[in-house]
Design a protein around this ligand. Structure first.
Ligand code: BGP
Length: 480
């Protein structure tokens, strides 16, 4: 990577393309703290952690978290020192619009984000802003059922317009909704995430439809009212593991396709190709019929809605952490659920080396296959990896396992760019520092900086991986 001539990347496939976004990501609930400070209201995750602590691994909450509400300057300084040119953060709906509606603006909350954007601007760091990283105002959940109600589309649209208007000069990269699969399938289907609604394969899909309408509403608002002036881009984040077929037989290959189309396709297909994936439509309809439902548990879109949603992601934003194996397994009829609709047993191959978490594998070839699948399935979109990182269950500073992971996954990105011609334009690591990991609380570690949550000063402490990522960012080249 010492070659610095302008044609460097032609002859050095370890160098990142000139405008490649290289950064780190985080989300309001997970880092900010100040959960009820200066007029912020309660979000569904505040409520969930306060009222059902037994659902959080260490019974913790995000009341203080990394205290970034007060320490944002320190965070930006770290990002700058690492040589990164891009930071993905989220706005807490509850901080700027405590009632969830635009008739009640919290000026102190708005000022906080203005300060963060100014800090980023002064340090030459490009913000990528997520509007919804899971923190619905609790009041909207209580008053209208959150994503189970179609009118969430208008409310989310109003919130999005408010943010585009208020922060649009600073932020050109927008993400509407982070990981809809987790919002709907885990929040409104399985009930393990806030708001904790268990609905057995019904709410999963009602939520998915309303969420896509909400996303599309925000995209159209940007397109019609702000694009010309601000020249930005708006996308939805899809997430998933790569589903490696358990064997070469056709049934396992079909199981892998099912896992991918139910996982990413449920949200990617309507947005990039129009409508739900065909195999998802067929499968949920068949199973619903056998289960005695009068119609499919997957609500249909009208032709108008299909048109409205199609084409509403200016790039494909992908969160990806791991690979799992998918093999065919027929789920019993009579127990409706999203997982039973997929009917693919997910597990690992015996030859894969386990990591600290049962579900987590360091298999960079999975990312490369996934990127190629997305390229082929969604007509070669621009792709930004909006999250990727190593989950540890111990908080060691000597995090060689994280370095190994980062090296492999970044290398897979470069192979995808130069060898497979995937239109990958950015990579965002999760994360700069340990944070509050939802139901994982403070016992799941993903940071390149450790946070000492027990110390009242909540210091950021450098791990070995921070040094590694800094060298890469400064050289804009993958170092072995
Ligand atoms: C994603 C979320 C992030 C972050 C991350 C952690 O699902 O968007 O907010 O929590 O997961 O990863 P993991 O689930 O691998 O611990």
């Amino acid at each position: 990577c010492i070659i610095t001539l302008s044609f460097a990347q032609d002859i050095n496939p370890r160098k990142f393309p000139p405008n490649f976004l290289l950064g780190v990501a985080n989300a309001a609930t997970q880092i900010e703290g100040g959960w009820n400070e200066d007029g912020k209201s309660e979000s569904i995750w505040d409520h969930f952690a306060h009222n059902f602590p037994e659902k959080i691994a260490d019974k913790s909450n995000a009341d203080i978290a990394c205290d970034s509400y007060h320490k944002y300057k320190e965070d930006v300084a770290l990002i700058k020192a690492m040589g990164l040119n891009h930071y993905r953060l989220s706005i807490a709906w509850t901080r700027v619009l405590p009632t969830g509606r635009t008739d009640n603006v919290n000026e102190a909350g708005v000022q906080y984000y203005k300060n963060v954007f100014k800090e980023l601007r002064d340090n030459g760091i490009i913000p990528m802003v997520t509007l919804y990283h899971w923190d619905l105002p609790q009041i909207l959940q209580e008053e209208m059922g959150g994503f189970m109600n179609e009118s969430i589309a208008d409310l989310f649209g109003d919130y999005a317009r408010f943010c585009f208007e208020t922060f649009g000069e600073d932020a050109k990269w927008w993400v509407t909704i982070n990981e809809p699969k987790q919002v709907c399938q885990v929040g409104y289907g399985a009930g393990r995430y806030a708001p904790g609604i268990k609905s057995n394969g019904v709410g999963d899909y009602v939520c998915a439809k309303n969420l896509l309408l909400a996303h599309a509403r925000a995209w159209h608002i940007y397109d019609e009212e702000f694009r010309e002036k601000n020249q930005g881009k708006v996308a939805i984040v899809v997430d998933g593991s790569w589903a490696e077929p358990g064997s070469d037989n056709e049934a396992d290959k079909a199981a892998s396709e099912r896992a991918l189309h139910f996982g990413v396709g449920l949200y990617g297909n309507p947005v990039f190709n129009g409508d739900w994936p065909e195999l998802v439509k067929q499968r949920v309809a068949e199973r619903s019929k056998l289960e005695g439902f009068s119609e499919s548990r997957l609500p249909a879109f009208t032709d108008e809605q299909i048109k409205y949603i199609n084409g509403t992601s200016d790039y494909l934003a992908l969160n990806h952490y791991s690979t799992m194996m998918a093999s065919d397994s027929e789920a019993p009829i009579g127990q409706p659920s999203f997982d039973n609709d997929i009917s693919a047993r997910s597990w690992a191959k015996p030859e894969w080396t386990p990591t600290s978490q049962w579900w987590f594998y360091d298999l960079p070839w999975g990312l490369r296959k996934f990127l190629n699948w997305l390229k082929n399935t969604y007509n070669n979109p621009e792709i930004v990896i909006t999250e990727n990182g190593y989950v540890d269950n111990d908080d060691t500073l000597e995090d060689d396992r994280r370095i190994h992971y980062l090296r492999g996954y970044l290398s897979a990105c470069l192979d995808a760019i130069y060898e497979d011609k995937v239109n990958l334009i950015g990579y965002t690591a999760w994360s700069i520092m340990d944070d509050w990991e939802w139901t994982g609380g403070y016992s799941s570690f993903l940071g390149m900086y450790k946070i000492d949550f027990k110390d009242p000063d909540i210091p950021r402490i450098k791990r070995k991986s921070a040094g590694y990522f800094t060298t890469i960012a400064h050289n804009r080249c993958l170092i072995d």
